[in-house]
Design a protein around this ligand. Structure first.
Ligand SMILES: [Ca+2]
Length: 413
């Protein structure tokens, strides 16, 4: 073997290392993002009694004056015992007088303005109070409507799908989850029943749904806390005669003649995507200090489970007060296999707790100690090596194509 080929082969690991390092760089690994809207409600305010300043068209339908209201928890109110899912603010919805209104529904309209046509995915966190229960014997109205994943936005408002909670005996703490559809004539059909459903109350719950809009072959899938509970296919999700449509991520709907009780629900961390997004059940994270970089760089990497099959938004945060409060590092997007990475220039010497969040699911926090030490820009050095080497190889191959195979003399040119 010639010296020329040994020279190339000895530097091959450097090339591979350099390319691997470059592939980890966030500016070079950016991928298209499927999510088209998200809010943690931290900067959302009430626009009026029926709308929020949240950047997209929304409307709260109460079905009667003075019987229902909305508020920004953490801004308009601080309800005892309520901690928002993220940050300090979330949306609160309530019925205040169910003789006037049995409805408080949070509708989002004109999703086509976000580039959505016939597919969308909604992820959000909901909170039902710990003492939440229904109050009537089983009858026509002993059910509670939690959400309408899809619906026509004009008379007769069909077809639409509903997520219903049923309590067949109000003296027994057992619930049933029903997935129903109302067709264009107003007829309701129960498409799936989950009896003895362990309804989560007094805790935040991740509700996610996917809708493919089609007059006959539509799809609606619903997950709660990452578990696919309903996989509905070949159902009507689009009314060809009504152009406008909406989705209702959260809703209170219950019997009007019931004795009043404070039916409240809270909403936080809403994200809308323009296609189906696999649901996140857990997030793993690791972080280590790159001792050769200056200023100190923390190499953060992690993975979303299960593999989402497409990009998912991931928020990275740090705390330098032993986990008390967190500040944002960056928003990154995962690869289709769920992996994500980021190189973070730490804001000084300290012990940092770092965590990642995707679709409202948080990783465990990991700890990294940063000590600023004199170093050298390894990344730049490797990039220089790689480019220089590639240039040299190209030149040698041009020469060899003119003058034949390498000779030992070539190495000393
Ligand atoms: Ca929030």
């Amino acid at each position: 073997m010639s010296k020329g080929r040994r020279w190339e082969r000895s530097l091959l690991p450097v090339i591979v290392m350099g390319l691997m390092l470059l592939s980890l760089h966030p500016r070079l690994s950016a991928v298209p993002s499927t999510p088209v809207y998200s809010t943690d409600f931290e900067h959302v305010t009430k626009k009026d009694a029926n709308r929020l300043n949240m950047g997209i068209d929304n409307w709260f339908e109460f079905g009667g004056d003075g019987g229902a209201s909305i508020w920004m928890e953490g801004l308009d109110r601080n309800t005892s015992g309520i901690t928002c899912h993220s940050g300090n603010r979330c949306l609160g919805m309530e019925l205040t007088d169910i003789t006037k209104s049995r409805r408080n529904q949070f509708g989002i309209y004109n999703l086509q303005n976000l580039g959505i046509t016939d597919q969308y995915f909604v992820s959000e966190w909901l909170y039902l109070p710990g003492d939440w229960r229904l109050h009537l014997p089983m009858g026509r109205w002993n059910w509670y409507e939690l959400s309408n994943p899809d619906g026509a936005a004009g008379p007769t408002f069909g077809p639409y799908t509903s997520i219903h909670i049923i309590q067949r005996d109000p003296t027994v703490d057992v619930f049933e989850l029903n997935f129903d559809q109302v067709d264009t004539t107003g007829t309701q059909t129960t498409l799936k029943v989950i009896p003895n459903y362990a309804l989560p109350r007094g805790q935040w719950v991740n509700l996610q749904y996917y809708v493919f809009r089609h007059p006959t072959n539509g799809i609606v899938r619903v997950w709660i806390d990452g578990t696919l509970l309903w996989d509905g296919e070949n159902i009507a999700t689009k009314n060809p005669s009504i152009a406008d449509w909406l989705t209702i991520p959260a809703k209170i709907y219950y019997e009007t003649s019931d004795t009043f009780s404070p039916y409240r629900i809270w909403v936080d961390d809403l994200e809308i995507s323009n296609g189906e997004v696999s649901t996140v059940t857990s997030v793993s994270l690791s972080a280590r200090l790159d001792g050769f970089s200056s200023p100190p760089t923390v190499l953060i990497s992690g993975s979303i489970y299960p593999a989402p099959g497409g990009p998912v938004n991931v928020t990275l945060e740090f705390s330098n007060n032993q986990g008390g409060t967190y500040q944002e590092i960056a928003h990154v997007t995962s690869a289709a296999d769920g992996t994500f990475s980021y190189s973070w220039k730490a804001p000084g010497n300290d012990v940092f707790m770092i965590r990642a969040e995707a679709q409202g699911v948080e990783s465990s926090a990991v700890s990294v100690g940063v000590n600023s030490v004199p170093g050298f820009p390894l990344e730049s050095l490797l990039l220089g090596c790689v480019l220089g080497l590639l240039f040299a190889i190209m030149r040698r191959r041009q020469r060899s194509s003119r003058s034949g195979p390498y000779s030992p003399v070539d190495c000393h040119n």
